[in-house]
Design a protein around this ligand. Structure first.
Ligand SMILES: [Zn+2]
Length: 192
């Protein structure tokens, strides 16, 4: 059992491409969305949710770091929480800090808001404009049962994520992996 996760969207064309690939294989994934992008493309965010994928909070502006104050963190988490709730009519339960960077305030606030903090264990580094081959190779060499694979549906500049995904899914299905949302994967692990 593994999970695919896509960060930083929604994006009008890339998210749509990824959704269509996931639909083709009847796979549900988790999207950690950024509030300012959701405000620009609310229909895409709604589509992610309507198609049965899970949506997690990835802050409003993606501008959070080691030195962020409690006020900033509260604002970043709450603003995006409200946006997701309003557009998808579903409360997000997962939080992924930008860059995986956490400080004590982020930990405290996320916990207070009832969030589970989610990182990843397979990093495709697709945001570095890596080729579809490189992304595919990374996933195939690093994946194991329980993996959370990190990809991006929004990067600045050209991206090969969708092309790589189209290769990765059939290969992993052939190896016997099944795909769960991150929330489902966490639940499975907790009940073991
Ligand atoms: Zn991010």
């Amino acid at each position: 059992m593994i999970s695919l996760s896509f960060d930083d969207g929604p994006h009008p064309t890339e998210t749509a491409k990824i959704l269509s690939i996931l639909r083709k294989y009847s796979i549900k994934a988790t999207f950690f969305t950024v509030g300012k992008n959701a405000e620009l493309y609310p229909d895409i965010l709604r589509q992610i949710s309507d198609e049965g994928h899970e949506i997690g909070n990835h802050t409003f502006s993606h501008d959070l770091g080691k030195k962020s104050t409690l006020d900033t963190i509260k604002d970043e988490l709450k603003t995006n929480h409200e946006i997701i709730l309003k557009i998808c009519e579903n409360e997000p339960k997962l939080f992924r800090p930008p860059g995986g960077v956490l400080n004590q305030h982020t930990l405290k606030e996320a916990k207070e808001m009832g969030y589970k903090i989610v990182l990843w264990n397979v990093d495709t580094k697709d945001w570095m404009h890596r080729s579809a081959d490189e992304i595919t190779e990374t996933v195939l060499s690093d994946v194991k049962s329980g993996s959370i694979i990190l990809m991006h549906d929004y990067i600045s500049g050209n991206t090969n994520t969708a092309e790589a995904l189209e290769r990765i899914i059939p290969l992993l299905l052939k190896e016997g992996y099944c795909f769960l949302t991150v929330g489902q994967l966490i639940q499975c692990n907790e009940s073991l």
